[in-house]
Design a protein around this ligand. Structure first.
Ligand code: AMP
Length: 590
């Protein structure tokens, strides 16, 4: 059994057949496009009957699994019996069974087909990445969704088949239907520096052929720009001389670049002239002038990066093409060039069986087995309402809470369109890391231990995801109480507190810090005594009730940030990288 990528979201292909049969990398021809668009119309017009059929198929396929038998489904495939017998669950409920599979149990626990690999989700459970069982057959279904993306995009942006995509991909399965500037060898290289270096080098060499620039999420693209800022001299040297930097040691990359790299001093001079200045405004369109749009997801937590992307691209359109997860691909954006604030995803009824828990922040629903929750079917959700997504998949997840909160914005035929509102319980996020309130609290507690010998405690705290710097980093505001003012905690100790917090955060965060360099060192800003009381006064002046006031554990509202920053007395950064090893991958490879 193998362990797959963190997120199987791959970029939109230029050409992809509707069926999963391999096709040559050729243009997205009219016939294929028409068929793809017809397919979308068909399944969205028949949302409810497609959903009924999907559930029936899943339950028939998995009738003999231990999981469905455990709840006495007895081979039933109808919605009513399914809903009355099968509980709504979270990852934690399934973890013991998932662990059995990871330990080598080959019996049909969730799925009648063998689990071919685990995909590791960026969501964490007890600090470890979630493992999502995956079956080979699911690839076809996911490729089917991909095959729809470019026909939809072609309706808005023509001639995308006349060039290439500069798409930064890391450790992802290569998709043979895409025409990328990046060679396979670079995409699959496990060393993130060598992978990024080669992908950037190829993007620069083929700069005039590039029609769209992207990465799965906005943070990935900004990381690539930052990489260019730090490495353009080496890259230009390679282009000028036609020889690959000795920093690139991967033999397969060296072999493939030997064929691609030819001395081109003129191109090197051009890139030097663009990159050597202080001003990086519109750098994307200056280097890749034929870019029509940015292919990046900027909805959800990624919205924080929009101003920076606009700065680097001169406000190019940002196409959020699809919405999916390791568990299941959900749907696509039928108006991919719409403004990020208006992006809605149409859940495709053929991808899995979807149910929705009505969500109201002011009265969160508690789910119990005795009183089944009033889950709503895909075709029955109501415009304007918020819901939490629950999925049943061909891979064997049954009534599984994904953790995403969505709002219905309208319908395409009978299929609802959803705005991605947020992930439940996520306070801070820079890249694929998701830190919730309890993790932050635990981090504060562990760091506070270092303050004990100074008779100092953290009386209040809040946090902020600073994405102005690249890579972004967590900022934690601390108000301290010192019982012995003559012996305050030293600078070194406060720096160590930053590291202690990082050590307490989950493995996705630490991987971002250590292996991916997608997150910068954590920062603690100590504020003056009384600052948090001022914060409360401010909230009350804006209408909050004293009884109900709670210190916000994460802030982003400008006046509050200004207040906090104006009270900062000292600033501290983590002096080293936290501990991280890819233990799970290494130990679980079989
Ligand atoms: P993963 O489990 O690592 O595959 O991450 C999947 C999660 O990423 C989803 O459940 C969402 O929370 C988030 N995500 C994926 N696609 C989008 C999107 N288009 N917009 C906003 N968030 C997304």
């Amino acid at each position: 059994m193998a362990y797959g990528s963190e997120l199987l979201l791959s970029p939109s292909p230029i050409e992809k057949p509707i069926a999963a049969a391999p096709a040559p990398a050729a243009a997205c021809d009219d016939e294929k496009s028409t068929k793809a668009l017809q397919f979308i119309e068909e399944v969205t017009k028949n949302t409810d009957s497609v959903q009924e059929k999907v559930l029936e198929e899943i339950l028939r396929q998995n009738a003999d699994t231990e999981y469905l038998k455990r709840f006495g489904l007895n081979g039933s495939t109808d919605r009513h019996t399914f809903k009355s017998k099968i509980p709504v669950v979270t990852y934690e409920d399934l973890q013991p069974d998932i662990q059995r599979i990871a330990n080598g149990d080959r019996s049909p626990i969730f799925c009648s087909y063998p689990i071919s690999e685990f995909l590791t989700s960026s969501g964490t459970s007890a600090g470890e990445r979630k493992l999502m069982p995956f079956i080979h057959q699911e690839l076809d279904r996911r490729q089917l969704l991909y095959s729809l993306l470019m026909p939809v995009m072609n309706q808005y942006v023509p001639d995308l088949d006349k060039g290439k995509a500069l798409h930064f991909l890391f450790n992802r399965p290569f998709d043979p239907y895409n025409v990328y500037t990046s060679p396979n060898e670079a995409i699959l290289c496990p060393d993130s520096f060598q992978s990024m270096y080669t992908q950037m080098l190829c993007g620069l060499i083929m700069r005039l052929q590039v029609l769209r620039v992207g990465a799965v999420f906005a943070s990935g693209l900004l990381r690539a720009i930052r990489f260019l800022q730090l490495n353009w001299q080496d890259l230009c040297n390679d282009i000028s001389t036609g020889t690959l930097s000795p920093k690139i040691t991967d033999p397969s990359i060296r072999e493939c670049m030997a064929k691609l790299l030819k001395p081109d001093p003129e191109l090197a001079d051009f890139i030097i002239s663009e990159c050597s200045g202080e001003n990086w405004d519109r750098i994307i369109t200056r280097i890749w002038p034929n870019t029509k749009y940015l292919d990046v997801i900027v909805t959800g937590a990624m919205a924080q990066y929009i101003p920076t992307l606009d700065y680097y691209s001169g406000g190019l359109p940002k196409a959020c093409t699809m919405y999916g997860s390791s568990e299941c691909y959900f749907g696509l954006n039928l108006r991919p060039i719409s403004d990020p604030s208006e992006v809605s995803y149409t859940i495709m009824p053929n991808m899995g069986y979807f149910e929705f828990i009505p969500h109201d922040d002011s009265s969160p629903l508690t789910l119990s087995r005795d009183s089944p929750p009033p889950l709503v079917d895909l075709a029955d959700v109501e415009v304007g309402k918020h819901y939490e997504l629950v999925i049943t998949t061909y891979c064997g997840l049954n009534r599984y809470r994904v953790g995403d909160i969505l709002q219905v914005t309208g319908f395409h035929n009978a299929a609802p369109e959803f705005r991605f509102v947020r992930r439940k319980n996520v306070l801070l996020s820079i890249d694929s890391d998701k830190t919730d309130e309890s993790e932050l609290q635990r981090g504060i507690e562990n760091a506070s231990v270092l303050l004990k010998e100074f008779n100092t405690t953290v009386v209040e705290y809040t946090s902020y995801a600073d994405t102005k710097s690249i890579p972004g980093h967590y900022v934690i505001y601390w108000e301290l109480m010192m019982k012995n003012a003559s012996c305050p905690p030293t600078n070194e100790v406060l720096n160590q507190c930053c590291l202690a917090m990082e050590e307490s955060l989950n493995s996705v965060y630490r991987q971002g810090r250590v292996a991916d360099n997608s997150i910068g060192p954590l920062e603690i800003r100590v504020v003056k005594n009384g600052t948090f009381e001022e914060l409360m006064d401010y909230a009350i002046s804006r209408g909050a009730s004293i009884n109900q006031y709670k210190v916000p554990r994460c802030v982003s509202f400008t006046p509050i940030m200004e207040l906090l920053d104006s009270r900062v007395v000292s600033v501290h950064f983590s002096p080293a990288a936290p501990h991280w090893t890819p233990e799970r991958r290494a130990s679980a490879m079989q």
